[in-house]
Design a protein around this ligand. Structure first.
Ligand code: NDP
Length: 246
């Protein structure tokens, strides 16, 4: 097992892609700090892992709230005596065409997806720098690279995550902390259930591998970036999209 004993914080880890990432990390031996905006949602997921003998604890935090994040990281470090891996997975959409997009829709998506990622990186940076090791994996999106009609807020937040990944990688490399991102394409989850049938068909015809991705497709690459096999990889964004963007 490649992550034996490693402590992993996964934001938005209670369901969807985040839950699958928790599962994949645990299969490699990681101990889980499952973070969700709601305590009971996080607790339900953590309890499910504990019932299977996997060391796991729930932590509530709104990643957009800097105080919440600071408290959550301190609690994790105290509970597990450190933190080795951070997966910034929590993310939301509030889709609308640019000319109809409300300021509140713009602000909320940027606050959770981009500022939330910044908040969490900043909070784990100190303990990881002290330990002179760490692995940070940010969940971006292919729409941060290619844009997508109706997602001005979301695509801008995910493009921001890619830029933030590169800067954090440069700043933290000297302390042996790698920072990478994955950019999933069309992955079957609750989030993509909200897409119209036309939008779904348009994605599928554009995907060379001719199928939507699964949360497990994402989790496997995250595991690689969180583990020892990616020791010499930093500042990169790996597309997980069936070839949609080349
Ligand atoms: P889901 O909506 O299924 O899950 C998102 C998780 O994040 C939920 O557990 C949710 O909690 C949590 N969350 C939401 N807001 C906050 C917050 N402010 N603080 C803490 N936790 C929060 O999303 P997916 O699993 O589909 O997506 C996961 C990530 O992958 C996101 O970053 C998304 O942008 C990205 N992605 C997804 C793609 C897809 O096709 N699905 C494609 C490309 C990228 P709760 O349930 O309590 O609201």
């Amino acid at each position: 097992m490649k992550l034996e004993g490693k402590v992993a914080i996964v934001t938005g880890g209670a369901r969807g892609i985040g839950l699958c990432i928790c599962e994949a990390l645990a299969q490699e031996g990681a101990r889980l700090a499952v973070v969700d905006i709601l305590q009971e949602t996080a607790e339900e997921a953590a309890e499910g892992f504990r019932a299977r003998g996997i060391e796991s604890q729930a932590f509530a935090a709104d990643v957009a709230n800097v105080e919440d994040v600071g408290r959550m990281v301190s609690e994790v470090v105290e509970a597990f005596s450190g933190v080795d891996i951070l997966v910034n997975n929590a993310g939301i959409t509030r889709d609308n065409l640019l000319i109809r997009m409300k300021e509140s829709e713009w602000d909320l998506v940027l606050a959770v997806n981009l500022k939330g990622t910044f908040n969490c990186i900043k909070a784990v940076a100190r303990p990881m720098m002290k330990a002179r090791s760490g692995k940070i994996v940010n969940i971006a999106s292919v729409v941060g690279v290619m844009g997508n009609a109706g997602q001005a807020n979301y695509s801008a937040s995910k493009a921001g995550v890619i830029g933030l990944t590169k800067t954090a990688a440069k700043e933290l490399a000297a302390r042996n902390i790698t920072v990478n991102a994955v950019a999933p394409g069309y992955i079957q989850t609750d989030m993509t259930e909200k897409l119209s049938a036309e939008a779904r068909d348009a994605f599928l015809t554009a995907i060379p591998l001719r199928r939507p991705g699964t949360p497990d497709d994402v989790a496997r690459v995250v595991c690689f970036l969180a583990g020892p096999d990616s020791a010499y990889v930093t500042g990169q964004t790996i597309n997980i999209d069936g070839g949609l963007v080349m």
